[in-house]
Design a protein around this ligand. Structure first.
Ligand SMILES: NC(=O)c1ccc[n+]([C@@H]2O[C@H](COP(=O)([O-])OP(=O)(O)OC[C@H]3O[C@@H](n4cnc5c(N)ncnc54)[C@H](OP(=O)(O)O)[C@@H]3O)[C@@H](O)[C@H]2O)c1
Length: 313
């Protein structure tokens, strides 16, 4: 509980300035978050906690998003002010052989949540992906560009977007992200560090370009967004571009590991699901709408390596 005497006070802490008015305002808010055992959902919950906002987090054990009745019951009981929906089928290659299972989670699961948000008349945030585009060319994708999903996962995530637009037309955030890594899950950084323990030389693709993006940075802007009414479709990424090869080189440089990284073409790494060559995202809408950009990807990577204590991996 915060005393009313502290109103209009700003307290300086090691983590930045705490605006007491904001904390009091936030303490009245309750945000429902799905997929909290995943990479992003976990950090969204931490960000809410940091800002004194009540987060009600669920994963599949508490609420299977493919079960419309369970979705309605659990969200109605929580009676939140907004929903941040992070749960998804994210196994991109496995999706190719499991199209309907993937659609059930990413499209119909999202639709179930969107319908409840409509009934409760509350805002909904949905995370989508650069895979809704065809991945060709070199121009950064703009939020309003036409979608042309390049694999099953991308197609079902796009169907999820359409459900959100249909059922929550005036109060949604569709946030497309890419190349995500966080403390709570498997990701490229952890894979590279692990492989470096047994290999002196690693081949990594250098013909796919994007922006590695750190989940606490996404969580920060996602919470800024959900506290605003600047609804719409956004692209979010740490600033700057690189290939997976550049990313791997930076991982080893920052972690002081002596590994030879050899650039190779994607054709040398055939995967079940097609991957985009061009994952460049146009981020200009963020500043146009008054949101603070995410730091450069190199800065995020160095914070991440400190946080996971990579020596211990
Ligand atoms: N990771 C990326 O690079 C990336 C890129 C672009 C967009 N995104 C999007 O960003 C969001 C968050 O991704 P993430 O990396 O945090 O995903 P994640 O780590 O795979 O977490 C997703 C969570 O959703 C849960 N889930 C799966 N099916 C469910 C169901 N039927 N009901 C309820 N929960 C279910 C998963 O449980 P199980 O683990 O038990 O399946 C998992 O805990 C997703 O919408 C994803 O599509 C991610």
């Amino acid at each position: 509980m915060i005393s009313k005497d502290l109103k209009n006070t700003v307290i300086k802490t090691d983590f930045g300035e705490l605006d007491i008015d904001k904390l009091i305002e936030n303490s009245a808010k309750r945000i429902f978050v799905t997929g909290v055992k995943g990479q992003l959902g976990h950090d969204i919950m931490l960000e809410l906690q940091k800002r004194n906002i009540e987060g009600i987090g669920v994963d599949i054990e508490e609420m299977d998003i493919t079960d419309p009745e369970a979705v309605k019951k659990v969200i109605f009981e929580a009676s939140p002010d907004a929903v941040i929906h992070c749960a998804a089928w994210t196994a991109v290659d496995a999706a190719e052989d499991n199209e309907e299972k993937c659609r059930l989670v990413n499209a119909y699961g999202t639709e179930n949540i969107a319908k409840v948000c409509r009934e409760l008349m509350i805002p909904m945030m949905y995370f989508s992906t650069d895979y809704v585009f065809n991945g060709e060319g070199e121009r950064p994708w703009e939020p309003e560009d036409e979608a042309e999903p390049l694999n099953v996962y991308g197609q079902t995530k796009y169907e999820g977007e359409e459900a959100v637009r249909k059922y929550v037309p005036d109060r949604h955030f569709i946030v497309r992200i890419q190349w995500v890594y966080g403390k709570n899950g498997k990701n490229f950084v952890k894979t590279m560090l692990k492989r470096s323990e047994t290999h002196d030389r690693l081949t990594v693709v250098d013909d796919q370009i994007g922006s590695p993006t750190y989940t606490p940075d996404i969580a920060r802007i996602a919470v800024d967004m959900i506290l605003s009414d600047k609804y719409g479709t956004y692209h979010v990424a740490n600033e700057g571009l690189c290939s997976w090869y550049d990313f791997a080189k930076e991982i080893f440089r920052l972690s002081g590991r002596d590994v030879e990284v050899v650039p190779v073409d994607s054709s040398e790494y055939p995967a079940k699901a097609k991957r985009p060559h061009n994952s460049r995202m146009d981020l200009s809408k963020l500043t146009e709408e008054g949101f603070t950009m995410l730091p450069p990807w190199q800065d995020a990577l160095s914070r991440y390596l400190e946080e996971i204590n990579y020596e211990a991996l």
